[in-house]
Design a protein around this ligand. Sequence first.
Ligand SMILES: C[S@@+](CC[C@H](N)C(=O)[O-])C[C@H]1O[C@@H](n2cnc3c(N)ncnc32)[C@H](O)[C@@H]1O
Length: 289
Amino acid sequence: MPKAKHGLKEKLKDILSPSELNLVYRSYDIVGDIAVIRVPDRLVEKSRLIAEAVMETHKHVKTVLRQATPVRGDLRIRGLEWVAGEKRTETIHKEYGCIFKVDLERCYFSPRLLHERMRIANLVEEGETVINMFAGVGCYSIIIAKHSKARKVYSIDINPEAVRYMRENTKLNRVENTVEPIEGDARDVILERLRGVADRVLMPLPEKAYEYVEYALKALKECGGWIHYYDFERALRGEDPIKKVKEKLSKRLRSLKAEFTVSSGRVVRTVGPRFYQIVLDILVERPRG
Ligand SMILES: C[S@@+](CC[C@H](N)C(=O)[O-])C[C@H]1O[C@@H](n2cnc3c(N)ncnc32)[C@H](O)[C@@H]1O
């Protein structure tokens, strides 16, 4: 999320009325040299003016796209409309010394998860076999391969376009020997070829990870290992979203006869009013009872 938001409002203050200025969203994503802005319905016709102000605020931004729909569907893609600058949706994003080529119209990508990706990479120990069940264009996997001594990072995604970019990204980052992109449904891939091989399983699909917990357990080695489980949770005043996810997931793991300890839980980011993305790090001592 860019820090120069005041710069943006400053640039717009003589162009928009005070009430319009109030409606301008404070944050927007910058992926490589593309900015993705959200514009409230009342300001849609002012999109171009806002986009030009974004480009003035961030001189390296060459394209501004407007997010026309929320991230949606199994592939977690958002509808985008071109607003200003070069007409394209492909870019190259840099993060922690890695480069990610991505087409924002065809693949999921969030620059907001960089710290979480690095946090996971820092946990990986020498010689580990990792399975990333929902790998996208390979961000977690490539950061792990670059910043740890993992033996292998099997990286599954159901979106052929994401897998195509992931293949290219493994080459761009010279981690072809460590990261193995696999196209398919994580459940099928694990059942067909990755049962009992992993020291660590990543589940970065908060909308659906719960449905796939059974397959994460099947992917772990007989002696156990780690699961990084992502979920979304709402929390009313006084409620703890981490505790809610912990209770829900623990119940599920117990029903699958796993022996485990939820080692830690944290809010990865706030995604709406009282709505959070949560990660749990779970040490599974016995995955299959
Ligand atoms: C929220 S994105 C996360 C991508 C990546 N880990 C990242 O952080 O950039 C989830 C990804 O899961 C993929 N996906 C959805 N359902 C899947 C399934 N059943 N099996 C494998 N991948 C799936 C989507 O195509 C999408 O790329």
